[in-house]
Design a binder for this molecule. Structure first.
Ligand code: SF4
Length: 340
C-alpha cells in the first residue's frame, strides 16, 4: 500500500474530518518526466447517527484529476491526469482505517459478518468521474464489499456521476445482477435547464437533460431505495424559484413512472441540496442561509422530496467536487471503460 503522504485534520461539528493524500505513479501520463508521483486525495467525514454512534463516510477518488470540466469544481482545473487501478482505489480504504486507528478512533471489530470498522460508508465523490473508470470502480467495490476484507455492505456504497448516460446504462446492467441490487447511484444535477447545465457542466452538451431523465427512468431501484439527486446551489446561477420549478418538472416523470410500475407511494428520487462551497479562486460566493432555506422550502412546496446536506469539510476544501490542487486545464470526454 502507498503510504499516506499528508493529512489535514479539521474539527467538524460531529468529530474530526481527515483529508489525506497517497502517492501513485505518474508514468505514461501527461506529467511523466515532470513529476515522479501523483497524489490521490480522500476525505473521511464523521457522522453521528441516531444512536449517537460516530461512524465515518470515506470519500474516495477514482481518478487523479477529472476530464469533466464542471465550472464549480476544484478538481476540474487539473484536467484528467489518469484513472486509478483497483488497488489504488482500495488502498484509500486501508489508509483511512489505519488513519482512524492511529487517531484513537475505536478500532475495527470482528463480527459474524466480518470486519466492521468506523468506516461505514464509501462514496465515489472524490477526484474523478467514476463512469470514466467504471471497470476499476466496480472491481474495487468487489473488494470493498468482500466479507473476508473491508466488508462494507453494498447498500453503503454510492457511485456519484455527472450524468454520463452511457455509464449509467452499463451500471444499470450490473445493478440488475444478484448481489448488486442495493448499490446506490447519485447524480449531480445542478440545473434542470439545458442552457444553464451546459454552461456549468460540459457533459450536458453530449447528453442533455432529456437523455439523463430517460436513463434515470430506466435505472433499476430495488427495495425502496432512492436515486440521489445532488444539487449544488450556486448564487446567481441556479437558485431562482423558476429553477426550483424546472427541477420539479424534471423529476416528475422519473417518480411518476416508478409509481406506475411499482405502485409505490414514496418518490423514487431524493434531492440533496448542497450549498455551494467556494473553491480557492471562485467566481461565486457561498449562498446565504436565507437563500438556501427559501430554495429548499420552494422545492418541498412543489412536491420534491428534498433535504439539505450539511457542508462538512468546507474549511478543508474537501466537500464533494472540491478536491484537487493543480492548475492544469484540459477538458475532454474519455471513453467509458467497462467490460461486457
Ligand atoms: S464535479 Fe466531479 S465530475 Fe465534475 S469536474 Fe469535479 S470531479 Fe469531475
Amino acid at each position: 500500500m502507498s503510504p499516506i503522504t499528508s493529512v489535514v485534520i479539521d474539527e467538524g461539528a460531529e468529530g474530526k474530518i481527515f483529508k489525506f493524500t497517497q502517492e501513485v505513479h505518474a508514468s505514461e501520463t501527461k506529467l511523466a518526466g515532470q513529476v515522479e508521483k501523483l497524489r490521490t486525495e480522500s476525505v473521511l467525514i464523521p457522522m453521528i447517527g441516531k444512536r449517537r454512534v460516530r461512524t465515518y463516510t470515506l470519500c474516495v477518488s477514482s481518478q487523479v484529476g477529472c476530464a469533466m470540466g464542471c465550472t464549480f469544481c476544484e478538481t476540474a482545473q487539473m484536467g484528467l491526469i489518469r484513472s486509478l487501478s483497483v488497488e489504488e482505489i482500495v488502498q484509500q480504504w486501508y489508509a483511512a482505517t489505519h488513519l482512524l486507528k492511529h487517531a484513537e478512533i475505536p478500532e475495527p471489530v470482528i463480527t459474524p459478518q466480518g470486519l466492521e470498522g468506523p468506516v461505514r460508508n464509501i462514496v465515489f465523490m472524490g477526484m474523478g468521474e467514476p463512469m470514466d473508470n467504471l471497470d476499476n470502480v466496480l472491481g474495487a467495490i468487489d473488494v470493498l464489499r468482500d466479507h473476508r476484507g473491508p466488508s462494507i455492505p453494498i447498500s453503503k456504497i454510492t457511485i456519484s456521476t455527472v450524468g454520463r448516460v452511457d455509464g449509467i446504462a452499463k451500471l444499470a446492467d450490473r445493478v440488475r445482477q444478484d448481489g448488486w441490487h442495493r448499490l446506490n447511484l447519485a447524480i449531480s444535477l445542478n440545473a434542470a435547464d439545458d442552457t444553464i447545465r451546459s454552461g456549468i457542466m460540459p457533459v450536458n452538451r453530449k447528453w442533455n437533460l432529456a437523455d439523463l431523465q430517460q436513463a434515470l427512468i430506466d435505472f433499476p431501484v430495488y427495495g425502496g431505495g432512492k436515486l440521489c439527486i445532488e444539487y449544488v446551489l450556486i448564487p446567481g446561477v441556479n437558485d431562482t424559484d423558476d429553477d426550483a420549478r424546472k427541477i420539479a418538472e424534471f423529476l416528475a416523470p422519473i417518480n411518476n413512472d416508478y409509481r406506475v410500475k411499482k405502485n409505490a407511494s414514496t418518490p423514487r428520487t431524493l434531492l440533496n441540496l448542497i450549498p455551494y462551497n467556494p473553491r480557492r479562486v471562485s467566481p461565486w460566493p457561498a449562498p446565504t442561509e436565507e437563500k438556501v432555506e427559501h430554495f429548499l422550502a420552494k422545492l418541498i412546496e412543489l412536491g420534491v422530496y428534498a433535504k439539505r446536506r450539511r457542508t462538512k469539510g468546507r474549511d478543508l476544501m474537501g466537500a464533494c467536487g472540491q478536491l484537487g490542487s493543480e492548475h492544469i486545464r484540459q477538458r475532454k470526454l474519455v471513453d467509458v471503460t467497462v467490460s461486457a
